[in-house]
Design a protein around this ligand. Structure first.
Ligand SMILES: Cc1ncc(COP(=O)(O)O)c(C=O)c1O
Length: 443
C-alpha cells in the first residue's frame, strides 16, 4: 500500500496554484500523489483519510475501477468529436441518464465542464428563456449573500462572497442579493434544517417591490451553501422562495454542484428538501471528479420556450468545445451506474444519524461556537483567534493533514463532506483527529 511510483516534482515555481497561498505552500508543500477508496496517499506513502471527497466531488470514493475502465475504453473508441451541429452517442446517453435522476419534468440537459460554467450557463438560459417568451425586460439576476456559484463573471456577480469579488471590478450589472440564512443566534447547534429563518425568503418580495417583477429573470441559490461554511436552509425557507418565484414569473435556479449526486442522501438536494427548481446546475459528483464535467438540467417548459420559440437555426448561442466530451460522458455514465448499483444516496442516508451524532459530539470542545449538518455534510464554526481571523481553522487544517486526515476550512469554519462510502470507523477517525486538532489549537 505504501509504495508509490509517482515522480516527485522538485520545482514548484511554474504552477500558479488556484485559491491558494502560493508563498506558504511552496515553502511548506503538502502533496497528494495517489488515492484509493476513502484515502489519499502522499508521495512518501502516508495515508490521509479523505474527509472532504476531494473538493466535495469524489462521492463514490477514489480510484473506482468501473469509472477508470469506462474512461479507458472510451479513449480507445473516440477521443473527441465536436457537439456543435454534430453528435456522438455517448453524450446523448449521458444526458438521458442524468434526466433519469433529475426531478420529473426536468428532462433536458446542457453540458459544461465545471460548476462555474454550469452557473453561467444557467443564468444565460434564464435570460434566453424570458427573451424567447417576449419578456426581454427580465434581465435582473438575484443571488444571495454568502452564495458561491464559481468564478465566472456570472457566478461571481450573483455569488455573495466579498472576498471573491473585491480584486475584480466590472461585475455584471443588474444583480441584487437576498440576505444569507445563517442565523447563528437563533439556530445555534441546530441539527439538520434549523427552525428559524423562513421569513428571510420574503426579502425577495422586497426586491420585487424595489425593481419590479418585470425586470427579474431568476434567483439562484445553493440548496445547502457549502463553500461559505455549511449554511443549511431554515425549515420552510426554500418553499417560500419557490412560492414567491412562481407568483412573479421568476425562474428559480438551484446550484446543486455540491448537493447533487447523493450528498444529501438523495439524487439531488431538491428531492431531499422537497422543492423543485426550474433550472439546476451540477458538476463535481457527476463524474466522481475523474474527468471534469458539469451540466445544467432544465424544466421541459424552459427548453421548449427557448428551442421551440426560436426561429429556425441555432436556438441558444452558447456552448463549450468540450460540452459532452466523450471521456467525461463515459465517466458520468459509469458514475451514475455506481450510484444506482451501490445505492450511494441510500448509504449516505443510512449513516447520516451516526455522522450527525459524531459531528455534534464536538460541541463541548474549546472555541466551537456552532455545528451544522445536513446529509453527509457538517460545518464546525470556531471562534477566531483575536485579531487573526481564519488562522485557527487553517492551523487545524494543517494539523489534521499532518495527522493523516483531510478536512476543509473556509474562514473559521471546518467543512466536512466525506465520500458517501464512508463507514463508522472512518467517521470515528475523522472526528477524533479533528477533535484532537481543535484541542491542540485552543490557544
Ligand atoms: C455551489 C457551487 N457552485 C459552483 C461551484 C464551482 O465549481 P467549479 O469549481 O467546478 O467551477 C462550486 C465549487 O465548489 C460550488 O460549490
Amino acid at each position: 500500500m505504501n509504495e508509490v511510483t509517482v515522480p516527485r516534482p522538485n520545482n514548484l515555481d511554474a504552477y500558479w496554484m488556484p485559491y491558494s497561498d502560493n508563498r506558504y505552500f511552496k515553502a511548506n508543500p503538502r502533496m497528494i500523489a495517489r488515492a484509493e477508496g476513502m484515502h489519499y496517499y502522499t508521495p512518501e506513502g502516508r495515508e490521509i483519510l479523505d474527509g472532504t471527497a476531494g473538493l466535495w466531488c469524489c462521492n463514490a470514493g477514489h480510484g473506482r475501477r468501473e469509472i477508470k475502465e469506462a474512461i479507458q475504453q472510451q479513449a480507445a473508441i473516440l477521443d473527441y468529436a465536436p457537439t456543435f451541429q454534430l453528435g456522438h452517442p455517448i453524450a446523448f446517453e449521458a444526458a438521458a441518464r442524468i434526466a433519469e435522476m433529475t426531478p420529473d419534468g426536468m428532462d433536458k440537459v446542457f453540458f459544461t465542464n465545471s460548476g462555474s460554467e454550469s452557473a453561467d450557463t444557467a443564468l444565460k438560459i434564464a435570460l434566453a428563456y424570458h427573451r424567447a417568451r417576449g419578456e426581454s425586460s427580465r434581465v435582473r439576476l438575484i443571488g444571495r449573500e454568502r452564495g458561491y456559484h464559481g468564478v465566472g463573471f456570472g457566478g461571481m456577480s450573483v455569488g455573495g462572497i466579498g472576498g471573491n469579488r473585491k480584486q475584480f471590478s466590472g461585475l455584471l450589472p443588474y444583480v441584487d442579493h437576498l440576505p444569507h440564512t445563517h442565523g447563528i443566534a437563533e439556530n445555534v447547534f441546530a441539527r439538520g434544517l434549523p427552525e428559524h429563518g423562513a421569513h428571510l425568503a420574503d426579502a425577495l418580495e422586497n426586491l420585487v417591490a424595489l425593481h419590479g417583477a418585470e425586470t427579474i429573470a431568476a434567483v439562484m441559490v445553493e440548496p445547502v451553501a457549502g463553500s461559505t461554511g455549511v449554511l443549511v436552509p431554515p425549515k420552510g425557507y426554500l418553499e417560500r422562495l419557490r412560492q414567491i418565484c412562481t407568483k412573479h414569473g421568476i425562474l428559480l435556479i438551484f446550484d446543486e454542484v455540491i448537493t447533487g449526486f447523493g450528498r444529501l442522501g438523495t439524487n439531488f438536494g431538491a428531492e431531499r428538501l422537497g422543492v423543485i427548481p426550474d433550472i439546476m446546475t451540477m458538476a463535481k459528483g457527476l463524474t466522481n471528479a475523474a474527468v471534469p464535467m458539469g451540466a445544467v438540467a432544465v424544466r421541459n417548459a424552459v427548453y421548449d420556450a427557448v428551442v421551440e420559440g426560436s426561429p429556425a437555426g441555432i436556438e441558444l448561442f452558447h456552448g463549450y468545445t468540450y460540452s459532452g466530451h466523450p471521456l467525461a460522458a463515459a465517466a458520468a455514465i459509469a458514475t451514475m451506474e455506481l450510484h444506482r448499483a451501490e445505492d450511494l444516496p441510500g448509504r449516505a442516508r443510512a449513516i447520516e444519524p451516526y455522522w450527525q451524532e459524531a459531528a455534534h459530539s464536538l460541541r463541548t470542545l474549546p472555541n466551537v461556537i456552532d455545528i451544522r449538518d445536513c446529509g453527509l455534510i457538517a460545518g464546525i464554526e470556531l471562534a477566531p483567534r483575536p485579531g487573526k481571523p481564519t488562522q485557527r481553522a487553517l492551523d487545524i487544517f494543517r494539523r489534521c493533514f499532518d495527522e493523516g486526515v483531510l478536512v476543509r476550512v473556509t474562514g473559521d469554519i471546518v467543512a466536512l463532506s466525506p465520500p458517501l462510502i464512508i463507514e463508522k470507523p472512518h467517521v470515528d477517525r475523522l472526528i477524533g483527529t479533528l477533535a484532537e486538532a481543535i484541542r491542540a489549537e485552543a490557544a
